[in-house]
Design a protein around this ligand. Sequence first.
Ligand code: CTP
Length: 402
Amino acid sequence: MSGKNVVLGVSGGIAAYKACELLRRFTESGHSVRVVPTESALHFVGAATWSALSGQPVSTEVWESVHEVPHVRIGQQADLVVVAPATADMLAKAAHGLADDLLTNTLLTARCPVVFAPAMHTEMWEHPATQENVATLRRRGAVVIEPAVGRLTGVDTGKGRFPEPEAIFELCRRVLDRGPDVTATDLAGRHVVVSAGGTREPLDPVRFLGNISSGRQGYAIAAVAAARGAKVTLVAANTELPDPAGVDVVRVGTALELRQAVLTATATADAVVMAAAVADFRPATFATQKIKKVDGVEPPAVELVRNPDVLAEISAERQRPGQIVVGFAAETNDALVNGRAKLARKKCDLLVVNEVGEDRAFGSANNEAVVLGADGSETPVPYGPKAALADLLWDLVAARLA
Ligand code: CTP
């Protein structure tokens, strides 16, 4: 999905400066971005900034490079047009098909998916004129993101705040990947539980046995499930990531705490995804005081005991009929052979097998995997963002739930 032609339309709102971050996300992901601001957007961020950040020419009107017929070509060649921020005026123009500058011409000539990320004061967003324009655009197939609630320009707070650039980017990534139907909520009415992060098994008040899991893959799985309409419980072990929108986060530390939280949430779950790196062992004893080194004395041995295998436990004793259980396996060698054996041993329905490596699996934004099914299926997930793996995984789960 890399290397797409993205048009970033920018209309005249203060949130234009946040669109610089959105632009950066697109270019860093390998997309070519043509920024088309309106004349009023340039009051907030100048053409030089857009041009430098995108590496492409920037113009607001149709009278430059006329021989290239930009008012038609830019829209025709786009794989995605995203207007961010979209002002009330821009939504009105788009809904009514006006074409008095390069951006509005582009919107009329584009046949690709179009995403609007509105930003305006609450009164303007709630005005019936704006609401009817939004309804018109949505009826025609455009994706109009609901604005966020929060601090607006000046002292006001309310609905109308520009959505986080990261959230807009993630939605655009899904639209590029899967088409404009990404707002379809095929997991609506489902409750899913996702575990993420890595457990820590305390040795003494300041030390623990832990692992390097960042929680990013589990968070992406939770966020995508929420975007697809599921009620999501995310059991997060020692992560430092922001809570995904619309997800219920339960924080845990140790494997035993994680087990308790997962079992509690799983009672009502249609699917459980165990993306957390759960410690297989914990220290047999916890020293209530800091363990001290003593010169001339051998270092103390740490005795370990086994932790319960949560994945095996929930797979063996399904709390609801038809519940789908998904495990993860990070392997350093013979990934598929080891994965098949693990799937059989743990009796889960699906097992995501990662080969641990540079810029994938632990800590990375990207991943590459094969999803093994208990039915013998084998679904390769090409190298790409963790959210893309999440979408594919939910496709497989949704098919099994149906
Ligand atoms: N898991 C679990 N409880 C544990 C250990 C692991 O629920 N105590 C889950 C993880 O969340 C993940 C899968 O099991 O979904 C990973 O298993 P892993 O720990 O990699 O496999 P092991 O059974 O430990 O096998 P090995 O150590 O031989 O690789």
